[in-house]
Design a protein around this ligand. Structure first.
Ligand code: UDX
Length: 436
């Protein structure tokens, strides 16, 4: 099959490289000339484990190529995927569909054969209808079927998620769309990954419902963690105790500083907008969004409390370890670390930070934070060390060294990666999330 992938960002590039690896011929298209030039040179625009190798081997095999020309890239394609961004629109939280619409228009103007157009970008319910209408305006006589096929990739584990998905969701309205998608994903049928054929609107909603549900699970356990601290319970035990019930499930019950990233914050807001538009309230999602926003700041106050509270903290120093919204990515979007750092600097605290991959993108978001070359440089002279993101590098800190170079042995572990007794036995004041 020949596949065109419009948009070579996170989703487009990972999906394109994986489809090529399945044996399809894939052209990744992007308007950004410098991005395409760098891809030609084997330089990835994002940090994702395994991606550079996957791209390199498929380019070598002649199955994967890059271009800035949509007209050229979609020529003879059996399926054209739209994988451009759908950021939150400034001011109102609706998903901004201007990029999707622009691509649909360009596809319509350049159609040269019958084709299936697939929205891979996360798009609100009804976008498929709109894409169909826009392509139809070109007046082309070629047959076009518009299909929804949301992605469920986690950053840092995207390639594995793509190749071994829990499920594939396809929202197709006709036989042509269904059959083409069956061919596109044939290698995964052989792996027996469940594939769900639904109507296009259901498919679009599945993506938002999945992300909102996961965000709810995280927020639920975060609130339980707060309650645990008050009543003297341990959230790790509570999480295990409820998670073993198969109806609840063990995953996504890890308490922490709140969810961030490119999907949950944006998608929960967009879902709220859709429910507002259709006058069908989603009160639970509304509460989740509020609770998560509040939480990020309250985690900053937790760190402040460990160094003497808002009053006593002025002039003190905190080492922030981990800035990205989660490990194994350089993504800083809506990372809790931003709010934590802000709360600290607002209180007159000096903040020194280190992250294995996120420093470049973090700098402009945290202008008052000193960026360091490594963990121990940040810890030098600090009144407390706060772990915000659970990178492996922070799981094995040399606590003796920390004690020697820090001003005070205080560890605030917002990801619960240490065992309280291990740290306390070494003479530290240890604060974590939802544990006595
Ligand atoms: C998510 C979805 O998992 C994916 O299916 C979707 O396509 C895109 O959004 P991603 O944003 O890469 O993927 O991150 P994920 O690993 O899901 O984590 C999201 C946030 O939740 C992170 O900030 C993480 O730290 C937090 N989280 C996750 C918790 O605080 N506790 C948990 O138990 C799980």
């Amino acid at each position: 099959m020949k596949i065109a992938m419009v948009g070579s960002g996170y989703v487009g590039l990972v999906s394109g490289a994986c489809f090529a690896d399945f044996g399809h011929t894939v052209v990744c298209i992007d308007k950004d000339q410098s991005k395409i030039d760098r891809l030609h040179d084997g330089i990835m625009p994002i940090y994702e484990p395994g991606l550079a190798e996957l791209v390199e081997s498929n380019v070598k095999a002649g199955r994967l190529s890059f271009t800035t020309s949509l007209a050229e890239g979609i020529k003879d394609a059996n399926a054209i995927f739209i994988a451009v961004g759908t950021p939150s629109r400034r001011g109102d939280g609706h998903a901004d569909l201007s990029f999707v619409h622009a691509v649909a228009r360009e596809i319509g103007e350049n159609l040269a054969n019958d084709v299936v157009v697939v929205t891979k970008s996360t798009v609100p319910v009804g976008t498929g209808d709109e894409v169909e209408r826009i392509i139809g305006e070109s007046g082309s006589s070629h047959k076009v079927s518009v299909v929804s096929n949301p992605e469920f990739l986690r950053e840092g584990a995207a390639i594995g998620d793509f190749k071994r998905p829990d499920r594939i969701v396809i929202g197709a309205e006709d036989e042509f769309g269904q059959e083409t998608m069956r061919e596109v994903y044939r290698p995964l049928f052989l792996n027996e990954s469940p594939i769900l054929f639904v109507n296009r609107r259901s498919s679009e909603l599945i993506k938002y419902a999945a992300n909102a549900f996961l965000a709810t699970k995280i927020t639920f356990i975060n609130e339980m963690a707060d309650l645990c601290e008050k009543v003297g319970a341990d959230v790790q035990d509570v999480s295990r105790g409820i998670g073993l019930d198969g109806r609840i499930g063990k995953k996504f019950l890890h308490a922490g500083p709140g969810y961030g990233g490119s999907c949950f914050p944006k998608d929960t807001l967009a879902l709220l907008k859709t429910s507002e538009d259709y006058d069908s309230p989603t009160r639970i999602v509304e509460a989740v969004v509020k609770a998560n926003d509040t939480r990020k700041r309250s985690m900053g106050r937790k760190v402040l409390d460990a160094i003497g509270g808002a009053e006593g903290a002025r002039g003190k120093k905190v080492a922030l370890l981990g800035l990205t919204f989660k490990p194994n990515t350089d993504d800083m979007r809506d990372s809790p670390a931003i709010a934590v750092a802000q709360t600290l600097t607002d209180a007159g605290v000096e903040v020194a930070a280190y992250d294995p991959e996120g420093m470049e993108l973090a700098k402009p978001l945290m202008p008052n934070v000193t960026m360091c070359e490594g963990s121990y440089e940040a810890i030098e002279g600090a009144d407390a060390v706060a772990i915000v993101t659970e990178w492996d590098a922070f799981r094995a800190l040399d606590l003796e060294r920390v004690k020697q170079i820090a001003k005070a042995p205080v560890l605030v572990d917002l990801r619960n990666i240490y065992r309280p007794e291990d740290v306390r036995n070494r003479g530290f004041t240890y604060v974590s999330v939802g544990r006595p």
